[in-house]
Write a protein that binds this ligand. Structure first.
Ligand code: RIB
Length: 299
């Protein structure tokens, strides 16, 4: 188990999920097989995945004052995640409406709720209070951009590594300061395109760009090195929701544990594959031993 903590700064949602069937076209109503309410939010999922892998995890974010906020806090606490940086704010917890089709692919719409109240000062105060000589900070884009930037600034000031998961894809280029602070950026292929492509991210100063391409594997790009491709791990896909979160979390845990980037990416690919094999964003979070076994079985 690592002694270098993983600090996740991000979102918490309740996921309202309809499963089984096909995606509706615009204006169309479809009937799906079943409904479930499960814990979600990219940040909460990343923290949960890192905790399942045995990391010491701190979470910084916000839930609402409704029953969903209580349930979300209980869930994260039950996973052994340190929650001093989790605020409860008046109003609604974040909500995600998710459709999962027969192939396990998903479509997601989110309403940020309390995630919009994750302010730069909340982030700065929470990160400043963590007394760790080394850490890996993970942030996603389901909280305000200025708060992600605040996390990057504190991480830089403390000499901590910063992993940016640019999800969901922003509608505009990210600030160069944010990218320059990132040791690693982990877009999927859609997000990489929305951000202007890998070369633009590297030119802005990102340490490395790791592009996940689902069943087509993962690419590692870094300035001055040839791009490398990591083949996908085998998976019996049930639901891809949260697989990217599990990947980013495992990458951060791998780096915290002292793995080199390429090795951490291989390990994270196995974690991401396992995460697709259960229903819900946290339905199949792997232990480190399970990831080791899946990575060893790579074709
Ligand atoms: O990445 C998956 C997550 O995206 C879901 O849990 C949902 O809450 C949205 O945030």
């Amino acid at each position: 188990m690592t002694t270098v903590p993983v600090i996740v700064v991000g979102s918490v949602n309740v996921d309202l999920v309809a499963v089984g069937g096909r995606m509706p076209r615009p204006g169309e109503t479809v009937t799906m097989g079943r409904f479930a309410e499960v814990q979600g939010g990219k940040g909460g999922n990343q923290a949960s995945a890192a905790a399942a892998l045995g990391a010491t995890v701190h979470f910084v974010g916000a839930v609402g004052s409704d029953h969903w906020g209580v349930a979300a806090r209980e869930d994260l606490s039950g996973r052994g995640i340190e929650l001093r940086g989790l605020a409860t704010v008046e109003g609604a917890t974040g909500v995600a409406i998710i459709l999962v089709d027969d192939g396990g692919e998903n479509s997601i719409a989110i309403v940020p709720g309390a995630n919009g109240a994750v302010t730069p000062s909340l982030v700065e105060d929470a990160l400043t209070a963590i007394d760790a000589p080394d850490a890996v900070v993970v942030a996603c884009l389901e909280i305000p951009l200025e708060s992600v930037l605040a996390a990057a600034r504190v991480a830089s000031a403390k000499g901590w590594r910063f992993v940016l998961n640019p999800a969901p894809a922003p509608g505009a280029p990210l600030p160069a300061e944010l990218l320059a602070a990132a040791s690693v950026v982990t877009p999927n292929e859609t997000e990489a395109e929305a951000l202007g492509g890998v070369d633009a991210l590297l030119a802005a100063g990102a340490g490395a760009v790791v592009v996940t391409r689902g069943g087509d594997g993962t690419e590692i790009h870094a300035t001055g090195s040839p791009a490398t491709r990591v083949a996908p791990s085998r998976a019996s896909v049930v639901d891809t929701t949260g697989a990217g979160d599990a990947f980013t979390a495992a990458l951060a845990v791998g780096l915290a544990n002292g793995r080199e980037l390429a090795d951490a990416v291989r390990w994270a690919s196995a974690a991401g594959a396992i995460a697709t094999e259960g229903f819900g964003a946290r339905g199949s979070l792997a232990t480190a031993a399970q990831v080791d076994a899946r990575a060893a079985a790579r074709p």
